[in-house]
Design a protein around this ligand. Structure first.
Ligand code: CUA
Length: 344
């Protein structure tokens, strides 16, 4: 007998379903594709979901029908149903139907698997970008444009971005849900795939492979711009920064303490992120809101923000450093970093 009074036990489940169905931010959801690759992949998900749903519905319908139709009636004696062992008809049905369903699933899946892994690095209509994952930040190089940057990947809309992905330390995974599926970045190996954005927006990217203490904080942004705006960005990135006179002190502190790891020009690569155009980026260290307080905290004690980050702290007594900076010096440094802005 069904104990209807126990149905309340399902309420948490219902709550969970409602909660999960609330997921799906426009800039980080595989269910809201914003480019052709993501759309193809959503199609595969929907196709497999529909086939599974079909199977579940048919199986359950048969099951419930049999339960009701053949249940033991009052006064009925035990009877052994008709035996169907070795029935050709049944065996053909339950072999052929799944084979057909698997074929419907397999043909587009295999087709898309090859299509989406095409190497467009030498395609003149695509933009070649090298991604290197580091614990816990992202480096982006544009070999054909002579630009290196970090954390904010700027791309043109309506163009294939031919990615070449690797890692410097451990395995990470590059994932921009709105634009397409994830791709592993492995030290010593190169993976290749492409993505494309329909329109201008800022998409959230994540590291999708457990890579250490700050794995969950290894965020980045994909900033897609209309082609003209993208070209403008490229030109701005290449312009030598004009350093206002009132940040010269900060610039000197930067040179003395930071420049060995952080480049501030179009092409530089170092142990830390290239900071050219830093003040125009979406976030500090990929995750913190862009304001002076956060920037000061990051410079003083990166470990308090991203445990395991390689950047040393700059407070008195910080581990791995003898470079404690006075508050005044950090203020100057912040002023300098805020001046690293690209023209709009
Ligand atoms: Cu990098 Cu997780």
């Amino acid at each position: 007998m069904i104990r209807w009074q126990n149905l309340w036990r399902f309420i948490p489940l219902l709550g969970l379903i409602l909660l999960l169905s609330g997921c799906g931010d426009d800039t980080i959801s595989a269910l809201k594709p914003r480019g052709p690759v993501a759309r193809d992949q959503l199609f595969l998900m929907e196709l497999s979901f529909i086939i599974m749903l079909l199977v579940v519905v048919v199986v359950f319908a048969l099951y419930i029908y049999v339960l009701i139709r053949f249940r033991k009636k009052k006064g009925e004696k035990d009877i052994i149903p008709k035996q169907v062992e070795g029935s050709h008809t049944l065996e053909i049905i339950w072999t052929v139907v799944p084979v057909i369903l698997l074929l419907i699933l397999a043909v587009p899946t295999v087709q898309y698997t090859f299509k989406l892994l095409e190497d467009h690095r030498d395609n003149e209509d695509a933009l070649h970008v090298k991604v290197t994952a580091h614990a816990f930040w992202w480096q982006f190089e544009y070999p054909t444009l002579g630009i290196n940057t970090a954390q904010d990947l700027v791309i043109p809309t309506g163009k294939k971005i031919a990615f070449e992905l690797t890692a410097s330390d451990v395995k990470h995974s590059f994932w921009v849900p709105s634009l397409g599926g994830k791709m592993d970045t492995n030290p010593g190996l190169t993976n290749v795939y492409y993505l494309e954005a329909d329109d201008a927006d800022v998409f959230l990217g994540k590291c999708a492979e457990l890579c250490g203490a700050s794995h969950a904080l290894m965020d980045f942004k994909v900033v897609s711009k209309e082609p003209a705006a993208f070209d403008q960005w490229v030109a701005n990135m290449k312009k030598p920064a004009s350093i206002p006179a009132d940040v010269k002190a900060g610039e000197q502190i930067f040179k003395d303490n930071c420049l060995s790891c952080h480049a501030v020009n179009a092409q530089g690569l170092g142990a830390g992120p290239n900071l050219n155009g830093f003040a125009s980026r979406e976030k500090i260290a990929g995750i913190l809101p862009h304001n002076d307080e956060m920037l000061k905290q990051w410079i003083k004690d990166p470990q308090s923000v991203k445990p395991g980050a390689k950047m040393p702290g700059f407070y008195e007594g910080a581990p791995n450093t003898d470079k404690a900076l006075k508050d005044q010096e950090i203020n100057e440094l912040v002023k300098y970093l805020n001046s690293l802005k690209l023209p709009q």
